[in-house]
Design a protein around this ligand. Structure first.
Ligand code: NAP
Length: 316
């Protein structure tokens, strides 16, 4: 059985992969080309793809009878893989839930605090050499403690964000999801996103990407938000209508935004980069050595099950 890993991994993950599998590890850190994806389906039994490797229906359609039987995605989000098309071609898909939860929630808190307290703009001011010193009305931001949080998608990551905000910052939590959640802290499920957007100080996006959630945060949702409110997106860029967000930020319709993900990633429009009231991170959600190794081991566990003819533990 031959395995293809589509990006360089941490040393621990590469060592295990080489010990347990007949593996090729692609050296390129960029997303796979269409030709590389069809070749992967044709020439390998097992593939570990990741974010941006767009295994859509047309890629599967090019490979009538794929040798590949399992796409063990490195990451929880699988909106770049057409799971129905994979299944139709006899390819199973797995992911790495749980391993990413705390690190991604930590990045959401980083963005809430940076956006509210203008940390990015403050850092730029100090670096510029133009800081003239502390004074009582310098760079006033928003207080975070005790404020209202709205979570869009109360899943693993949404709940980890809400828990941090509730216990750490005494925030009042509301959320939208497709079903009621049994949580160990107070949280109100709202009937509708626009209603929640109007009521909160921080709106945090934590739903999966894909057709169902594309532009869930649109002009109407942004218009409902208070001019003092902040939007944070750690989910997928396409969940937020980026053009509408830029317009809302330019017009002062909302106070700020903290983004880890972008609609046409890695392209970040100049209009967004020109704004001082937006904090821009390069998709750092899970970017720690421990978490990237844990994700890799989870993906390898799924592949090991596939190799042994067992059901991978994290099938999508
Ligand atoms: P999860 O546990 O599956 O949670 C997703 C939540 O979204 C669930 O509460 C689900 O509601 C809700 N939801 C799904 N579709 C919805 C819709 N149409 N309207 C309202 N709510 C909806 O997933 P997770 O592990 O928390 O991960 C969430 C996403 O975060 C991933 O899919 C990934 O794209 C992103 N992510 C980003 C990073 C990063 O580096 N920035 C890292 C990891 C993950 P129900 O439970 O009621 O169905």
């Amino acid at each position: 059985m031959k395995l293809l890993i589509t990006r360089p991994m941490t040393a621990a993950v590469e060592a295990r992969a080489r010990a347990e599998f007949d593996v090729d590890i692609r050296a390129d850190t960029r997303v796979m080309s269409r030709q590389e994806m069809t070749a992967a389906l044709r020439d390998y039994d097992l593939v570990m793809p990741t974010l941006g490797d767009t295994f859509d229906a047309s890629v599967f359609a090019e490979v009538a009878n794929p040798r590949c039987k399992l796409l063990a995605n490195f990451g929880v989000g699988i909106n770049h893989i057409d799971v129905a098309a994979a299944h139709a071609h006899g390819v199973q898909v797995s992911n790495t839930p749980g391993a990413v939860t705390d690190a991604t929630a930590d990045i959401a808190l980083t963005l809430i605090l940076m956006s509210a307290r203008r940390a990015g703009a403050g850092e730029r001011l100090v670096r510029s050499g133009d800081w003239s010193g502390w004074h009582p009305t310098q760079m006033l931001g928003q207080h975070v403690t005790g404020k209202k949080l709205g979570v869009v998608g109360m899943g693993r990551i949404g709940a980890a964000i809400a828990r941090r905000c509730h216990f750490g910052f005494g925030m009042q939590v509301s959320y939208i999801a497709r079903s009621d959640k049994d949580l160990d802290f107070a949280a109100v499920r709202m009937p509708d996103l626009t209603q929640m957007a109007a009521a909160v100080d921080f709106l945090v996006v934590a739903v999966p990407g894909g057709a169902e959630t594309r532009h869930l945060v649109d002009t109407a949702v942004l218009a409902a938000m208070q001019p003092t409110a902040h939007l944070v997106n750690i989910a997928r860029g396409e969940v937020v209508d980026q053009a509408a967000l830029i317009a809302a930020l330019q017009a002062g319709g909302i106070a700020g935004a903290g983004l880890d993900v972008y609609e046409f990633e890695p392209e970040v429009p100049q209009a967004l980069r020109d704004l001082d009231n937006v904090t821009l991170l390069p998709h750092l959600g899970t970017a720690t050595e421990e978490v990237r190794s844990a994700m890799g081991h989870m993906a390898l566990d799924n592949l090991a099950a596939g190799l042994a003819g067992d059901t991978p533990p994290n099938l999508a």
